[in-house]
Write a protein that binds this ligand. Sequence first.
Ligand code: ADP
Ligand code: MG
Length: 698
Amino acid sequence: MNNLTEHFASMVFDDKIMKEVLPKKIYASLKKTISEQAELDEEIAEAVAEAMKNWAIERGATHFTHWFQPLTGITAEKHDGFLSPAPNGRIIMNFSGKELIKGEPDASSFPSGGLRATFEARGYTAWDPTSYAFVKDHTLYIPTAFCSYGGEALDKKTPLLRSMDALNKQALRVLRLFGDNTTKRVIPFVGPEQEYFLIDENLYEKREDLIITGRTLFGASAPKGQQLDDHYFGAVSPKINAFWQDLNERLWKLGIMAKTEHNEVAPAQHELAPIYSIANVAADHNQLTMEIMKATATKHGLRCLLHEKPFDGLNGSGKHNNWSIGTDTGENLLSPGDHPSDNKRFLLFLCAIIKAVDDYQDLLRISVSSAGNDHRLGANEAPPAIISIFLGDRLTEVLNGVKTGKKTAENKRQKLNLGAEVLPEFAKDDSDRNRTSPFAFTGNKFEFRMLGSADSISCANVMINTAVAESLKVFADRLEKTDNFEKSLFKLLQETIIKHERIIFNGNGYSKEWVEEAQKRGLNNYPTTPDCLVHLTDEKNARLLLSHKVYTAAELKSRQECLIENYCNTVMIEASVMIDMAKKQILPSVLSYVNAMLKTIGYKKQFFGDVARRYETDTVTKLSNLSDEIFDRLEKLENHLNTANAFTDNFEKAFYIRDNILPSMSELRIPADQAELLTADKYWQLPTYTQMLFGNDR
Ligand code: ADP
Ligand code: MG
């Protein structure tokens, strides 16, 4: 692509295009509908659809699809042709306003966590005009929300949009208290950094575990791992470079600003960071990015692994969810700013976030929970399962100043009294050093680092938005009543800091001491998905999500059902694949090598007579013992699997899985990996870690 500015967003029906191709009046009312989040008038929809269709056809589209995000976590689409029959056996390309605003995919096969039983089987999709339509693979994609006919959200987008509304509503109340009467909308912005692995497709195709579960269930560690840290930001091979270039071009055409790419810490691991955008658009774009990464990798003879823990012993993959709130007038409300009143506002929003994260630690933990992510959180790896906030020393000192009402050294130096003068600009270096924190302030945004690489970012942002909306509501309720704003604000901040400072932790989040300290502070520690997921419907959590109209009670219950069912299914499938691989590949590999060794022993006996053959007999003995052990552990796992299958209650099943199946899987892996180290490569049927991670294309 020679001319980036020309190609950027060339496949997106964005504002610039709309302005160009829509009649002035239509464009104006569409813009109004979008900014006011109102319903689209049918006449306008008709005109927009016509323009959109013509634009899409020029870009090679023959079909259109409503594109949505069911609870599976991936996106769904149902393609329809533009083609319609016309008189005289002719055809015309047709796309009506109705087809643009509303679709009716058959909802019955999407997970609904029981919602369908209570409500209606049919569902419909509705255009989200704040996220632009685009053309990909000869199809016009229309981003939509997905609901049942009873109006229950069956997707991940609807609650996200609702949480954005809740945040907007409460944040506007607060801004008005500061005398801001111009801001019309407050918007959460998100920039998700995406980690992933790339491996050779020929190796991938030989691994049933990667194909079916996305991660390696067996495999001895390579002699070299990430100890040398020589992959991080390392030089990039031509093959990976070609992949990046192709990926960037595809993303850019779809208006996704992939900005930075680099090699990550683990070998074969990479990261992509887009430029941030409005939360719902960021969520759409992240889904698209993941899809396009996979497709592009395949085109380059590679496979893209999005699983949170594809390789044992190496860092897993996550997503850093950079989050901030800003106004429609372009102000970042998490920027300390250089005006005294901005400082107070900044401190209020900061305290709202501190309170939100402390009050709803469990919801944040739940929002990133999955069987895959359990291998990162709760294991000794970035970040821990305990939620805490990193603010950095300087900002912490500022808060201490507010708390004690005393002029601290920092306060004096900056002439600070509740930010009465100027808060320092928090340089990035100041704040971004601690990489172990799950929720870190990084200059003018927070970085929530617990998200899994494969997950949709919707749920995490739903929880952040809603929890912060609640803090702001409590603050606004109180401040709206006062006749001394300054004094009340100061008192409110002071009280909030005293009550919630336990959530602030600037130290090493991986250390054992922190786990103990966090327990003393009364912070939650939920290492696994079932541990935290039971709390989704706790009274306080339900009250939050229902009162801000983000979920209905039935929707919330359905999310819980889906998530726990998904956890059970994921692990059960992994266990079955393990059993299958152990029986069909691992044991046969070991046996064929033992067989070859025994033959050698026989030949040597004939040749040398009856003297000890230490190498051969030792190896054969060890491998025979290991294969027995593999067999025993495999049977044990099979028994647990059968027991788990009989559970009807999903939570009971999940706890059984956590306590029996996962440990049995780890146990089975040990002798298998030991056997791999004793078996000649030629006999080992599975590609090894060394081959996958250090193959000749990197
Ligand atoms: P890094 O964390 O790798 O040093 P940056 O902090 O510059 O890099 O950006 C990381 C991600 O944060 C990018 O996706 C970027 O677009 C996003 N980001 C930057 N500013 C904001 C903001 N105000 N709100 C939300 N996301 C942001
Ligand atoms: Mg970052």
